[in-house]
Design a protein around this ligand. Sequence first.
Ligand SMILES: Cc1cc2nc3c(=O)[nH]c(=O)nc-3n(C[C@H](O)[C@H](O)[C@H](O)COP(=O)(O)OP(=O)(O)OC[C@H]3O[C@@H](n4cnc5c(N)ncnc54)[C@H](O)[C@@H]3O)c2cc1C
Length: 403
Amino acid sequence: MEFWLDLNAEQQDLREWVHGFAEGVVRPAAAEWDEREETPWPVIQEAAKIGLYGFEFLAGAWSDPTGLSLPLANEELFWGDGGIGMAISGTSLAVAAIYGSGTPEQLVEWVPQCFGDAAAPLLGAFCTTEPEAGSDVGAMRTRAVYDLAKDEWVLTGQKAYATNGGIANVHVVTASVDPELGTRGQAAFVVPPGTAGLAATRKLRKLGLRASHTADVFLDGVRVPGSCLLGGREALDERLARARSGRRASRQAAMRTFELSRPAVGAQAIGIARAAYEYALEYAKTRVQFGRPIIENQAVAFALADMRTEIDAARLLVWRAAWMGRNDRRFTAGEGSMSKLKAGEVAVAVTEKAVQILGGAGYLRDHPVERMFRDAKIYTIFEGTSEIQRLVIARAISGMPLR
Ligand SMILES: Cc1cc2nc3c(=O)[nH]c(=O)nc-3n(C[C@H](O)[C@H](O)[C@H](O)COP(=O)(O)OP(=O)(O)OC[C@H]3O[C@@H](n4cnc5c(N)ncnc54)[C@H](O)[C@@H]3O)c2cc1C
């Protein structure tokens, strides 16, 4: 599939459809759920009802041979609101893990249970970060031990910052099977609904994305059937044997999930940035000081010109990476990381500029740029911090094992 910047009719329809939902349903609810700091179930239900929340939607977006459908949809949804956008999108992290590492049978069994149905939507959670293992995934302490007699895996450890942790129907948990092998000794497991030993007692209070639930997840001897190992026993044994013999391992579970999701996450950041830019542009045209709209000052107009330029530049990097990922192009210069790095940094800079353009009004909750500014910051932190993205790019362009 050639890279092409003109959107086809289907992509234009998708964009308009998601934009309509974002404008009509998400935006009007944004301030309320940010204040409540609760999962916006009625909005998720609306999204499920129209088919925007569910595997069919995700599968349709993933099947677009240009790779652009998911970034397009994410940009519009998060243009509506970051917190509600994440409440709707958080499940896709768990689904991407099952899709990336699971067998076709596991996909069929677990993905529908992540989403529920239109009448009663459910959530999924992907739990990999730990208190002592954030950027350093190799420091993971959660252990998975196989109980041969019962054909069960026993998971023990603690996960940190899990989106939908504890309120999800299905949790996907990464754990170390062989700690001596570092990241190459890790695997991902599905924890089925209602499994004993999984608890999330502490809901985390956050700067932004407050409509999205985040919690620490504790695993106390959690027993899951052998069939819950994503990819199956044979594939794991083969991977471990390859690692033990010093041969190159295939990419391990958590990293593969992140690779799949980076451009899509970048698109979320762009949606928030664009919303703030549009709001500031309109404000600058109508706010009068010294007898003229503030946009007539070059300092303000140029700030808006820079904001728009940076948003467009970030979007091009996201679209390129999404196209490359979908078309199996190798990321020889860390293009996936570039897209997420640029989009995250742009979202923070643009939302901060938007607050500045609104002056005192921008600092108040009366205007949405205050919330957008708080929501944007997470995009330089999760799914790999900006520093880690730079590390990936630096390794790719230098060919050196930088640390
Ligand atoms: C709202 C929210 C939702 C999240 N959702 C999920 C989720 O659903 N599932 C999940 O598993 N995780 C989730 N996370 C966790 C997130 O991915 C981590 O917070 C992130 O990877 C960073 O890890 P850390 O917080 O431990 O920071 P640390 O790794 O401790 O990093 C601290 C600082 O040190 C810097 N640093 C670390 N190593 C290096 C290095 N080698 N070179 C240069 N700088 C370095 C970092 O860039 C950062 O600035 C979420 C986090 C938040 C806040």
